[in-house]
Structures are given as C-alpha cells and as structure tokens.
Write a protein that binds this ligand. Structure first.
Ligand SMILES: [Zn+2]
Length: 86
C-alpha cells in the first residue's frame, strides 16, 4: 500500500481512523473512476498500489470524495487547481 499520506498536503492519516483497507469515514483512501488502463492493471496486479486510488486527509477527503466519479487524472487536476500541491 502507498504510505498513508494525503495526496495533496502530505499529512499522515492516523491508522486508527481507517480500516485495514485504508477506508475511513472522513479520511482515507478514495478510489476514482477506473480507466480502461486501470481495468487492465487490475487483472495483473494486487490492488495495494492501485493507480486509481489515493490517500486524503480529513481536510481534503470530502472534496476528493465528491470527485470519485471522475478518473484519477481528472480528479487530481481539479483538486490541484483548487488546493494546490504542497
Ligand atoms: Zn490533505
């Protein structure tokens, strides 16, 4: 699994806030819409390093979650335009 750090700000996501898959109520991993390439990737790899999943802290999780119908690339473009990357 990728290190549990927010994709946008680098904040560490506390382990007691997420389950063993990194899923939490208000922070944790968000899976974005899979592209054809992502679906191909799924057939060949274990999901821990999935290219369509990223960690988000409590500050950035709600907005990131609202974009989960987008592909990762589109969602990241929108998020970085809104919040910037640090
Ligand atoms: Zn963050």
């Amino acid at each position: 699994m990728k290190p549990p750090r927010c994709f946008l700000c680098g904040a560490w996501i506390p382990q007691d806030k997420v389950d063993e898959y990194g899923m939490g109520d208000d922070q944790g991993i968000i899976e974005f819409k899979k592209t054809k390439k992502d679906l191909e990737w799924d057939k060949k790899h274990f999901p821990e390093q999935a290219p369509y999943a990223e960690w988000f802290c409590a500050v950035h999780y709600p907005r990131a979650k609202s974009l989960s119908k987008h592909t990762t690339r589109d969602a990241i473009d929108i998020l970085t335009a809104e919040f910037g990357l640090s």
